[in-house]
Design a protein around this ligand. Structure first.
Ligand SMILES: NC(=O)NC(O)C(=O)O
Length: 291
């Protein structure tokens, strides 16, 4: 099942990964029981999944209309908590020169005001060094507290693609790093194109992900290489915090970021960044100069 945020309303997505897609309003299909607000859908995720499993295929087609990608927003647009993770792929740890995390990778946030849908124009902060970081993003469907790893996938609503866009000067300026601020300029957390439930994925623990600038590939890896895979990562997080329905977790980026290149390379006005995750879909960001 695929669920999208179409202009703030929850919709089912119909159609293949690359073809033309159609949408069907969850509120219309459910006769007002679920949606249109996506937060309400995540709050009732268990009941929503049970009901959705009983739907006949025709129930969606009766309500279907062409999906306009330009209207898509982040699949969970107003989570109560957003977690992001650094240093979660060995080759990315190596390129940054940090030590390999043992108990838990560094955890920070990306503020919700940085969220956008899958296709967007991003303003580059004046004098900044903006870097790319493609990431698997997971969305919580059921509360997790002190969970064991095997309890994690069944409690997730699904996965989506994300970019942890990062302005490196403000991220590392001052006596202590400012990951949350450096990674939260407007538009720095594009996500989408939709949420895919884990049962739809060929192998939920091993998905290819990557990104390219103006067609030139700069990152390519597999989530099977995560140092703390999704079940382990969320289990460990849940031993400190309570993970709530609708919460968004950026799971870390693989090697290939611009900051670690020789010479360093950052996003420039006029460039386009395409990101993808196998079985999920694509993001497209174009960059313009700030004033
Ligand atoms: N997301 C992620 O992996 N981030 C970093 O480690 C970083 O900012 O380099």
């Amino acid at each position: 099942m695929r669920i999208a945020n179409l202009a703030g309303r929850g919709v089912f997505v119909l159609g293949g990964e690359d073809g033309d897609h159609q949408a069907a309003e969850i509120a219309a299909v459910s006769g007002g029981r679920f949606g249109p607000d996506l937060g309400q859908i995540y709050q009732n995720w268990g009941r929503f999944r049970e009901w959705a499993a009983t739907l006949a295929p025709d129930a969606l087609h009766t309500h279907a209309f062409p999906l306009n990608r330009a209207l898509l927003g982040a699949p969970s647009p107003a989570p109560r908590q957003v977690f992001a993770v650094g240093l979660n792929y060995r080759d990315h740890v190596a390129e940054t020169g940090f030590a390999v995390p043992e108990q838990l990778p560094p955890v920070f946030t990306k503020y919700v005001s940085a969220f956008s849908g899958p296709d967007s124009t991003v303003v580059l902060p004046v004098g900044g060094h903006v870097d790319w970081e493609v990431e698997l993003v997971v969305i919580v469907g059921r509360e997790l507290h002190r969970a064991d790893p095997e309890q994690v996938w069944p409690a997730l609503a699904g996965v989506t693609a994300g970019q942890d866009l990062s302005e490196r000067i403000s991220q590392f300026r001052g006596p202590a790093a400012q990951f949350g601020l450096g990674k939260s300029f407007p538009g720095f957390a594009p996500q989408g194109p939709w949420l895919v439930t884990p049962d739809e994925l060929a192998d939920r623990d091993d998905l290819e992900l990557g990104c390219a600038i103006d067609g030139q590939e700069v990152q390519k890896a597999r989530t099977g290489d995560l140092l703390f895979p999704v079940p382990e990562l969320l289990s460990r997080l849940s031993h400190t915090v309570v993970l709530l329905p609708g919460d968004v977790i950026f799971t870390g980026t693989p090697a290939g970021v611009g900051m670690s290149r020789e010479p360093q390379r950052f996003l420039q006005p006029g460039e386009t960044l395409d990101s993808w995750i196998e079985g999920v879909g694509t993001l497209r960001q174009t960059f313009v100069a700030g004033r």
